[in-house]
Design a protein around this ligand. Sequence first.
Ligand SMILES: *Cc1c(COP(=O)(O)O)cnc(C)c1O
Length: 473
Amino acid sequence: MNDEVQRLLKQIPSMDLLLGQPWVPPLEAELGREAIKALFGEVMNEIRAGIRSDSVRVLNASHIIEEARRRMEMRAHPSLIRVVNATGVVIHTNMGRSCLGDATVGAIMPVAFGYSTLEYSLETGSRGHRNAHVEWLLCQLTGAEAALVVNNNAGAVLLCLAALARERGVVISRGELVEIGGSFRIPDIMDFSGAQMVEVGTTNRTHLWDYEQAIDEKTEMLLKVHPSNFKIQGFCGSVPRAELSTLARERGLIFMEDLGSGMLVDIGVPALSGEPTVRECLEAGVDLVTFSGDKMLGGPQIGCIAGSAELINKLRKHPFMRTMRVDKLCLAAFEATLRLYLLGDYDNIPTLKMLRASSEELRERAFTLERRLRTAFKKCGVRSFEMDIVPVEDAVGGGAFPETPLLGWGLRLRLPGRGSAAKLAEKLRVPPVPIICGVQDDRLVFHVRTFCVADVTRIRDVFLSLFERTEEA
Ligand SMILES: *Cc1c(COP(=O)(O)O)cnc(C)c1O
């Protein structure tokens, strides 16, 4: 080791010096002594490595201390926190997809606080089944003979393929070999399940005879996948469900459909017209339908399989079931959500309420936000601002219906002399409840469709604290 390296290494602040910083005790109250030491150690190790590899040539002790403090403060705050979604994307996968209403959250608490009937039958006083809490509800709502839930829809598809079509042929249209956000790609799932994918047709058109010609003695299943996140237009076509169903029946094959978003009922939103409900798919003769619990259904993250009792009984026994089983909090929330469907109480399912919100309602909400912000700006002496209420394009999200616009209302805001809209949007992401909004033409855009209760107040409070501080400075 040369002298320069030695000299630099000696300049690294000692652990004692770091631990003695005045800002350490409050952070220690959040993180504990051991984590504080480990985080200091991490920072110092990085600097040591930098010195040894010659990428660090000058040391500044106060910078090191600042860096350690920054990291600790970051770690001291909870990481998975609530945000305000002002993007207008209802099923926003990065922000947790569906929000849950009072009735649903209320059902989670007692099960979380205490022991529960998760796998305990009160009737027999012995072991029960976790699936039983929701199976009859799913059957009631979809007309299915049987139903099964796993931790998400990707798992549901994988389970069905692995349990029913391992080492057997699964025929699928080339127009349905979809990728749904990153790691869920039909060909990969198929490969991993051990099923043999047989692609038929072309990207834009697949005919019944494409399927007919592909069927041989190895074929076990016809698979239809909802092209959730894209739409092919122009010269295109796929085979109607009912025809595929007849073909499957004639040849003794399973007909499965991955419906993706999975609407349970038609909620009368024009942007969603033409989307089949789970019941419609089953009525058209699909043997098994898989769908998500936290997309259009508006519940917690879960994957549902509904359809033939004979097939579902085979799935129940598969070893994958154990690796995909649903957590009790999730099940409690899902059961509560399905009960709301039973009563037709769609306004207590926030995803449905957001999708069904009327134009007048949204416009009124945008005006409320405007009034509240105007008062807030006045209060902290912000005189220069431009606000207008504008029509905006919202989105269903969840990789669903990209091409159908969902028209909504928003508030556009420009604050001259207070930095670019992009910089302001960054500042809105710093408070304890961060605000995530759109930026367009150097203006902030707040889409009000995706607001939850009290979000208008939250946004106002963030601006109040933002500008009260700058006015003082
Ligand atoms: C979203 C989606 C999936 C994945 O569902 P998760 O619940 O996110 O696992 C699978 N298939 C289709 C068609 C989808 O739209």
